[in-house]
Design a protein around this ligand. Sequence first.
Ligand code: NAP
Length: 248
Amino acid sequence: MTTALITGANKGIGFETARQLAARDITVLMAARDKDLGQAAVETLKAEGAQAHFVHLDVTDADSIARAAEWIDSEFGSLDILINNAGITGALDFDGKPSSTTVATLRQVYETNVFGVVAVTNALLPLLRRAEAARIVNVSSEVGSLELMMNPEGPMWQMAAISYPSSKTALNMVTAMYAKEFWGTPIKVNAANPGYCATDLNHHTGFRTPAQGAEPSVYLATLPEDGPSGQLWGYEWDEQGGYGRLPW
Ligand code: NAP
């Protein structure tokens, strides 16, 4: 049995990631901070024939992370795939420009998008090390790519905000450093970019579907032995954008 834990699996890209992994006969541990929403998401996938379980997990709550790790240990004894998908954009301070951004907003966004990923990953690493060839996928964003954000010809040139984009830049480096720590071992660590998808995160303004956005996570979660580690991979921005390795 192959097991995958997906954080923020109750909706959006996380839910579709769980659905696509379950369709590949992977047992999905659907983590959510809201019990009712998480249970409902599990029931939806079970009705489609999935092997799905609910895991109560708030990535900013150390006790909740520890309890989730203990439960997975007692039920499964190991974990093959971890998808750090949960993410927030944070409050919009005035116009959202760097000069208007409060440190409180930065802290809030980093708690979930950066510190939460490290806390969840480190708590689950003992279980991931017990798997034959674990895969860790951090759901990042092209807005965390310095090269893509600083391209005056690119679609993101008009964006000048710091909390969400810089949290994803930090997440990219976190991903790269875990990849280095596990270089030459069976554990692969990569960052996924879903492309700009219509979800609650952006008030459904994205061009792609959440199901399309899940594809890079699923690809990286099921990489073969000779697959890459330490890469940012996925869809660029809109339907004109490419699919593949992206610049950090
Ligand atoms: P979404 O529909 O808003 O889903 C976000 C998920 O994260 C929800 O399940 C949410 O739970 C969960 N979450 C937030 N804070 C959490 C916490 N402290 N603990 C546990 N779960 C928490 O957004 P999405 O678009 O699917 O985003 C999924 C990932 O893709 C994020 O990392 C996002 O940054 C990334 N991404 C999205 C896009 C895009 O265009 N949509 C593009 C690039 C990257 P609740 O329902 O309880 O709030």
